[in-house]
Design a protein around this ligand. Sequence first.
Ligand SMILES: NC(=O)c1ccc[n+]([C@@H]2O[C@H](COP(=O)([O-])OP(=O)(O)OC[C@H]3O[C@@H](n4cnc5c(N)ncnc54)[C@H](OP(=O)(O)O)[C@@H]3O)[C@@H](O)[C@H]2O)c1
Length: 267
Amino acid sequence: MAIGFLGAGKMAEALLSSMVQDELCEPWEIVVCDISEERRNWMAEQYEVAVTDDAAEVVEDCDMLVVAVKPQDINVLLTGIKDQLDEEHLVISIAAGKTLAALQGVIGTKPRLVRVMPNLALSVGEGMSVFCAAENVTPDDKEAVMQLLGMAGAVLELPEQHFDAVTALSGSGPAFVAYVLQAMIKAAVALDLPEEEARLLAEQTLIGTAVYLQNTGSDIGKFIQAVASPKGTTAAGLAVLEASDVNTVISQTLAAAAARSRELSKA
Ligand SMILES: NC(=O)c1ccc[n+]([C@@H]2O[C@H](COP(=O)([O-])OP(=O)(O)OC[C@H]3O[C@@H](n4cnc5c(N)ncnc54)[C@H](OP(=O)(O)O)[C@@H]3O)[C@@H](O)[C@H]2O)c1
């Protein structure tokens, strides 16, 4: 099946590069459309894929269409191709906040439609993508979507009602985690650790913790207790965390992101 990308920015490139790298398909099976000549030239040179500035050409040539323009550009793009779209097309939108109903409001219910919330870690093969599907999407379509997204990280299907929470946790989450990481690095520098080394230690600690928890499936509370020996260094640090309102702050952070996602999906 030929795959078309409508919009060739950061996210499209992240998906496309892992597809080509992992040989999910050959470059000649991919067509990329972008309004930016610079992006088209980059994609053609870097990945040897066909490029065009004409979305209609991509719809003509491809059954699977990944829509990867910014949410504010998607209606104009889809309106331009809606008359060409039919039952033969599987449309995969990664636009934040654009619901299945809103997208079907533009392209109708003939094309099979999937909505995805990915994150930026797709670009290093460690993304988290969550998808939901319209009623006409087949098990084979879902399999194809899982294969495509799975090239660049983990994939999960969830009902659309969870998408505001998903957007807050895994969509915006990389920025929140990086914020905490930055604070830990600053704190370590204040303890006289050189910045470069502090960054390495903080990043590797984050990776190690996540991989350990994911691989062992350990209870997180027990893991924290296992690191903290009585009256030791970790216990001293944890006492500060527990006396603080860090849980409230994290909960307010995610709630604000989810509320904004809800607002944007109604806009
Ligand atoms: N970045 C993230 O962390 C993240 C996370 C989750 C979801 N997403 C979603 O992923 C989608 C893509 O985001 P991104 O960060 O990859 O955006 P991006 O880097 O801005 O890429 C979008 C590309 O599409 C082009 N474009 C705009 N209108 C077009 C049209 N009508 N036809 C063809 N190409 C067009 C843009 O060109 P110009 O720049 O010239 O306008 C740009 O090159 C967004 O909908 C976003 O909500 C992103």
